[in-house]
Ligand binder design. Structure first.
Ligand SMILES: CC(C)(COP(=O)(O)OP(=O)(O)OC[C@H]1O[C@@H](n2cnc3c(N)ncnc32)[C@H](O)[C@@H]1OP(=O)(O)O)[C@@H](O)C(=O)NCCC(=O)NCCS
Ligand SMILES: [Zn+2]
Length: 205
C-alpha cells in the first residue's frame, strides 16, 4: 500500500509525543520526539533519533539513526544529519544546576547543510546554507555557507557545491555549477554562483 503523503507516517514502535509533525514525514521505530518539538513536512526521522521539546526541524530534513537534537536547536529545510550527529545546548553544564529553556544556547543549521556521521556541534554556532561538516568533526565555530570543514576542532579544507560534491580549485563542480569567492568587509569570504565555462548547470539542462 502506498503511504498517504497527506499525513505523517508514525511507525507503531516510535514514541511521538508531539502533534506537530508535517504531512509526508516518516518517523521510524524507536525514534522519540517529545511534546513541544516541531517537525516539518516530508522529513525522514530514523530509529533512535531523539528530538527534544523546543527543537525545530524544517521540511525535507533527513535525521539519520541515533541523532540527538535538543531544545533550542533549529534545523532549516533540506538539511542532512548523518548517523549519530550530536547537538548540545549548554556550554557549561552542571548536574546540580537546573536550567530552563531560556538558559540554553541556540544552534542554527541553515538550509541545505549536511553534517556527516558522528559530528558533534558545540552550541551557539551557525552552520551556513549548503555547508558540509565531515564525518566525526567537532564544530566549535560558525561555518560559512558552502564551506567544507573537517576535524576536531573543525577547520575549513574547501568548498562544496549545492549537490554535495567538493569544488575543484577553480570553484567548479562536475555537476555543471561554478562559483566565485567574494570577500566581505569583515574579511570573511563566501561563494556566489557564476556561469561554468562550457557547461550547463542541472537547472539549465
Ligand atoms: C568531508 C568529505 C566530504 C571529504 O570528501 P572529499 O572531498 O572526497 O575529500 P578527500 O577524501 O579527498 O579528503 C581530503 C582531505 O581531508 C581529509 N578528510 C576527509 N574527510 C575527513 C573527515 N571526515 N575528518 C577529517 N579529515 C577528513 C582526508 O584525509 C584528506 O586529507 P589529506 O589531504 O591530508 O590526505 C568526506 O570525507 C566525509 O566526511 N563525508 C561524510 C560521510 C558521511 O558521514 N556520510 C553520512 C551518510 S552515511
Ligand atoms: Zn555540483
Amino acid at each position: 500500500m502506498e503511504p498517504d503523503s497527506a499525513v505523517p507516517f508514525i511507525h507503531r514502535l516510535a514514541l511521538c509525543e508531539t502533534d506537530k509533525v508535517g504531512a509526508g514525514t516518516r518517523v521510524w521505530a524507536f525514534a522519540h520526539i517529545m511534546a513541544g518539538a516541531v517537525v516539518g513536512r516530508d522529513c525522514n526521522i530514523c530509529g533512535h533519533a531523539f528530538i527534544e521539546s523546543g527543537a525545530l526541524i524544517g521540511d525535507r530534513v533527513t535525521v539519520k539513526n541515533g541523532v540527538l537534537i535538543w531544545d533550542r536547536v533549529f534545523v532549516e529545510d533540506d538539511v542532512f544529519l548523518g548517523p549519530g550527529v550530536i547537538f548540545t545546548n549548554d556550554l557549561n553544564p552542571r548536574a546540580q544546576i537546573k536550567k530552563s529553556s531560556d538558559d540554553f544556547v541556540p544552534t542554527h543549521i541553515r538550509k541545505g547543510a549536511s553534517l556527516g556521521a558522528g559530528a558533534v556541534v558545540v552550541c551557539g554556532v551557525e552552520v551556513g546554507e549548503n555547508a558540509f561538516v565531515g564525518a566525526g568533526s567537532v564544530v566549535t565555530r560558525d561555518v560559512p555557507s558552502h564551506r567544507l570543514v573537517v576535524g576536531n576542532p573543525a577547520r575549513p579544507i574547501g568548498w562544496v557545491c549545492d549537490c554535495g560534491r567538493t569544488l575543484d580549485s577553480n570553484l567548479e563542480c562536475s555537476c555543471g555549477r561554478a562559483f566565485e569567492e567574494v570577500r566581505d568587509s569583515d574579511g570573511t569570504s563566501r561563494l556566489l554562483p557564476r556561469q561554468h565555462p562550457g557547461r550547463m548547470t542541472p537547472e539549465q539542462q
